[in-house]
Design a binder for this molecule. Structure first.
Ligand SMILES: O=C(O)CCC(=O)C(=O)O
Ligand SMILES: [Fe+2]
Length: 287
């Protein structure tokens, strides 16, 4: 797996994503008002009553709750006072924040929508999924369920991404469609992976950075501080076609619906608002 790291100035000379390499652009978004302004307490004040999905990635599996932002931030602060039990790290995970509070878009200055396929550019903010996590919170190894590309923005704190290429997915104790029973940040599991010929790459993504993972990249993500991030999962024509091969590997039927819809959007020029009416539920789809 090829990993490119560029400064914002270097990236500005050739601002493109290439599907065969992971890309880290240092300080690409440091100038956004959100960087510096957005903190958990800011969200507790500005978005107190919006309802957010709070996930717990425990050793026994994933559980989730639907809570107010204010209450989630109280849980995060309580966890920070007593962080020993990682199993109860509350993680505000995959929240379509700009649909819930469009005023926040004003804190994003010059979103790089030119990096996306034309279809997504005008309404990029509709597709955003947002994350707030305490230090120590971990999203276990997985790939993104529709097998989309992932453009990721780190607004506060830093995260370690442990990355494994798509081609190695069946060497990593795969469970169902997209989860994996191994922890590439733990030395024992890492040794096992390496002895099966899997190379794990670690990338630190810090506040102000933009990060891109090509479709299907496996990632295990650990927060090293209170973190705020958001991503945008998107397809291009190549990735949406490849996504249909997931049928042979146990991809859920619901995914087939969203990928078929996206196929129609990208190949057949479906109307944007018609598309989004049907796609909207994907943003609350836990899989
Ligand atoms: O930041 C995280 O903990 C998870 C991020 C992730 O899985 C994603 O962006 O798809
Ligand atoms: Fe992911």
């Amino acid at each position: 797996m090829f990993i490119k790291e560029l400064t914002a100035t270097e990236f500005a000379k050739d601002p493109r994503l290439t599907a065969d390499s992971v890309l880290l652009v240092k300080d690409a978004i440091s100038h956004w008002p959100a960087v510096g302004r957005w903190t958990p307490s800011f969200f507790a004040r500005q978005c107190a009553d919006i309802r957010v999905t709070v996930k717990y990635f425990t050793s026994a599996g994933i559980t989730s709750q639907f809570l107010s932002m204010k209450y989630f931030v109280e849980l995060l602060q309580a966890f920070n006072e007593n962080p020993e039990n990682r199993d109860i790290a509350p993680y505000c995970h995959d929240v379509p924040i700009f649909l819930q509070n469009p005023d926040l878009i004003a804190d994003i200055e010059a979103f790089p929508s030119h990096l996306l396929p034309e279809f997504y550019r005008a309404n990029w903010w509709e597709y955003v999924q947002f994350f707030i996590s305490p230090s120590g919170a971990t999203t276990p190894l997985h790939f993104d369920t529709l097998r989309t590309h992932n453009l990721f923005f780190q607004v506060m704190g830093d995260k370690d991404f442990y990355l494994i290429p798509w081609q190695d997915r069946n060497k990593c104790k795969r469970r169902g469609w997209r989860w994996f029973d191994c922890d590439p940040s733990a030395s024992e599991d890492l040794c096992q992976l390496e002895s099966s010929g899997v190379t794990v790459r670690k990338v630190k993504v810090s506040a102000g950075d933009m990060f891109y993972m090509p479709a299907g990249t496996l990632h295990h993500v650990k927060s090293n501080a209170d973190c705020i991030s958001f991503n945008l999962d998107f397809h291009n024509k190549t990735s949406v076609l490849k996504s249909f091969m997931g049928i042979k590997e146990g991809m859920p039927r619901t995914n087939l619906f969203y990928n078929w819809l996206t196929f129609r959007a990208l190949f057949l020029g479906m109307d944007r608002s018609e598309f989004f009416k049907k796609y909207r539920s994907y943003l609350n789809f836990i899989s």
